[in-house]
Design a protein around this ligand. Structure first.
Ligand code: BGC
Length: 727
């Protein structure tokens, strides 16, 4: 080091700089006892709390805009206009909390988030089955929040896909608790690694958007612990989140944000969650009941935990200790996240760094669902390609609602020369990428609005690539799983004109495909983010191999679902001023059998099963062995094709017959990179909960005795290896 400094001719200056930095880091100026970073977050929180006034504490348990709180002694200059703000205490060096939505990238007003990265949707990330990708995803979100001066992320949706028409499916991570919990937990650990407070939401059973503020979910304890709550449990263990957001819905007759079973029994007593519970926006319904049930912070205002809380304290209904415990949890999270020791400093975001990561994740997340006659990969020598529909000339689709990231330059789809209203397309043009891969070809674009024009374009080409889109957004479920706007007819028309039809789907989750057997190739690209077209181009032309697999079952029709009609989808809004009518979504019949577990036990054949996805190469599986003592399962995966590829090798377990489950549970997986002919031994350490049932009498996981059937292979319905283990 010294040698290099001398050689560069800046000896004295550089030495001084080199000497300064470590000193500054090792010994920050200690103004308060809690500045001492060697103390635990709990100790530091306790020290601050002892110095806070009642008003300062009361201001910390509900959101506010600085202008909402004249006379309150906090530092309003701390607000950088995220979607939520909790005032800090400037005199004690406690920073304000500035939070914003960041499910699939940082959401800020357009002038702020012009350079933030739109990542592939969370559902797409889940299709990678790759915790490393989830970590990188979370780091992009955390870093960009930090660079925008924000210190808290509100993302981390881990609700299970019980309802594939769900408007927020794209913000969640599929239908399996182990897969969803692992990926969302790791993503949020990535956010945390950037010293940004993180959260997990929407707790819990907020699995549909229809009537989301008035739906009462009915489900038994064992079923929820083995499904939705297990996803939360796993995510919480990995992410150690600063906050958990309670949801809009009711669960077994209590609103989630005042549900003491959820917030106390499960979250605090059994999951040992140490952060704070924050309500979804206007999801708080009471003061005393909510606080006593375990709600710590009301967002986005103080309708219940503002003035009414102070009054309840005066009347003795709420004790000072109760307030202290709520504030302590907020303070603890501030210290535990690193947000106090490494406060955000506004910087310019590097859009290219984020984009490169987004593209890599997109490459790992697009699923090859069908490829007859090896239509893909396309040859670079292809002569005539017709690209049709889906605004593929200008961009790729993104999901709407609070997860919506602003597109650079506004919607890439224009109307009258201006960014169009409606679903937002990001400027990542599939047409341009296809053109650049097939440099010598004639590549045409037809917008797909006229069936006859699209048919003609397809007829004139060697290959037709038709893009179809399913826009989805928060607060609205899709009425059906069918593609909207007669796009099924478009695909049928193109397929009848060209035998080499490739369909690229940009959807939030599953869609139906009445034309499945009439087209050569199907690629599910999801909402692929700002590097989506580049990733797609590389996959279509085989520069990169497909590796992703479905994180959720694609049903053949709505009739196969536990609820062919979504509960509450026929509700008409109450006249203004009338209370909303509560209705039930009764999930008791399917219980823990979300997704593939329902399809297996009801013997329904889906369009594409959970865990399915193809590659340009092929894989074979052998030698399944189980170490019952260690709960470790091994098998060999071999690349039997002629191309390098990555397999997601999947392991499932069926519990002893006496348990009464007629499905296999995902027990683990591994992504394996293999050269042609190469074989690798995969060993999966199985979490005991995957082979246990939740015993509601003892509130604990119990492994039943009997014969466990282990199966391994390439997807939930194609498992060539089986072995029995008696316990
Ligand atoms: C959503 C939350 C979001 C919040 C703030 C709510 O409508 O359900 O997920 O974090 O708005 O934008």
């Amino acid at each position: 080091m010294l040698g290099r400094i001398v050689a560069s001719g800046c000896f004295l200056f550089c030495l001084a700089v080199a000497a300064q930095k470590p000193v500054a880091k090792a010994a920050p100026v200690v103004r308060h006892a809690w500045d001492d970073a060697t103390l635990s977050p709990d100790e530091r929180a306790g020290l601050v709390l002892a110095e806070m006034t009642l008003d300062e504490k009361l201001a910390m348990i509900h959101g506010m805009k600085p202008e909402d709180a004249p006379g309150v002694k906090f530092d309003p200059s701390g607000s950088v206009e995220g979607v939520g703000f909790l005032p800090g205490v400037a005199r004690l060096g406690v920073p304000s909390i500035n939070m914003t939505d960041s499910a699939v990238g940082v959401r800020q007003p357009e002038d702020e988030s012009r350079y933030t990265t739109l990542l592939p949707s969370s559902f797409a990330l889940a299709a990678s089955w790759d915790p490393d990708a989830a970590m990188r995803y979370g780091q992009v979100v955390g870093r960009e929040l930090h660079e925008l001066g924000l210190n808290m992320s509100i993302g981390g949706g881990v609700n299970l896909m019980r309802e594939p028409r769900g408007g927020r499916t794209f913000e969640y991570a599929g239908e399996d608790p182990l897969l969803a919990g692992t990926l969302v937990g790791t993503l949020e650990a990535g956010v945390h690694s950037e010293h940004v407070m993180n959260d997990i939401k929407h707790f819990a059973l907020n699995d549909q958007e229809s009537g989301r503020r008035q739906v009462n979910v009915v489900l038994g304890e064992r079923a929820m612990r083995e499904s939705d709550l297990l996803a939360f449990e796993i995510a919480l263990e990995i992410a150690k989140p600063s906050a958990v957001m309670c949801s809009y819905n009711l669960l077994n007759t209590d609103y989630a944000c005042e549900n003491s079973y959820l917030l106390k029994t499960v979250l605090r007593d059994e999951f040992h969650f140490q952060g704070f519970v924050v309500s979804d926006w206007s999801a708080t319904h009471s003061t005393v009941k909510a606080a006593m049930a375990g709600l710590d912070v009301e967002m986005s205002g103080g309708k219940f935990l503002g003035k009414p809380f102070a009054e309840a304290m005066k009347s003795g209904e709420i004790s000072p200790e109760q307030l202290d415990s709520m504030v302590r949890r907020v303070l603890r999270s501030l210290f535990a996240s690193g947000a106090v020791d490494d406060p955000p400093v506004r910087e310019i975001i590097d859009p290219f760094r984020g984009r490169e990561i987004a593209q890599k994740i997109a490459e790992e997340s697009m699923v090859l669902l069908r490829n007859e006659g090896a239509t893909l990969p396309l040859s670079q020598g292809v002569h005539r390609v017709a690209v049709i529909g889906g605004h593929a000339d200008v961009g790729v689709l993104s999901g709407g609602g609070s997860a919506q990231v602003a597109a650079p330059g506004g919607n890439a789809v224009l109307k009258d020369g201006k960014p169009a209203a409606g679903p937002t397309f990001f400027p990542s043009s599939p047409l341009r990428e296809i053109q650049s891969h097939a440099a010598g070809a004639s590549v045409t674009f037809d917008d797909g609005m006229s069936l006859s024009a699209a048919t003609k374009a397809a007829k004139d080409a060697e290959v037709a690539i038709v893009f179809v889109t399913q826009p989805m957004r928060e607060a609205r479920d899709a009425a059906t799983l069918s593609l909207p706007d007669k796009q099924d007819e478009l695909v049928e028309a193109v397929a009848s004109a060209n035998p080499h039809t490739i369909v690229v789907i940009e959807s939030g989750g599953p869609v139906t495909m009445p034309w499945k057997n009439k087209v050569a190739t199907i690629v599910e690209a999801w909402y692929p983010g700002i590097g989506g077209a580049q990733a797609l181009g590389d996959l279509l032309f085989g520069t990169v191999n497909f590796s992703a697999k479905l994180p959720g079952t694609f049903p053949a029709s709505e009739a196969q679902l536990p609820h062919p009609v979504i509960a509450g989808s026929d509700m008409v809004p109450q006249p203004k001023g009338q209370p909303a009518v509560i209705f039930n979504a009764n999930y008791s019949a399917e219980g823990a059998r979300a997704g593939y577990k329902w399809f297996q036990s009801e013997k329904k054949e889906p369009l594409f099963p959970f865990g399915f996805g193809m590659s340009y190469t092929t894989f074979a599986y052998s030698d399944l062995t189980v170490n019952a003592e260690k709960l470790a399962v091994s098998f060999t995966v071999k690349n039997t094709g002629s191309r390098e590829g990555t397999d997601i090798a999947e392991l499932y377990v069926a519990l002893p017959v006496a348990v009464g489950e007629s499905f296999r549970r995902l027990a683990g997986w591994q992504r394996v990179d293999l050269k042609p002919g190469e074989a690798k031994l995969v060993t999966i350490a199985v979490d005991k909960r995957m082979v246990s049932i939740f015993d509601t009498a003892t509130h604990s996981w119990q492994m039943p005795s009997g014969a466990f059937e282990w199966s391994a292979g390439g997807n939930s319905e194609n498992l060539p290896l089986h072995v029995s283990m008696v316990k």
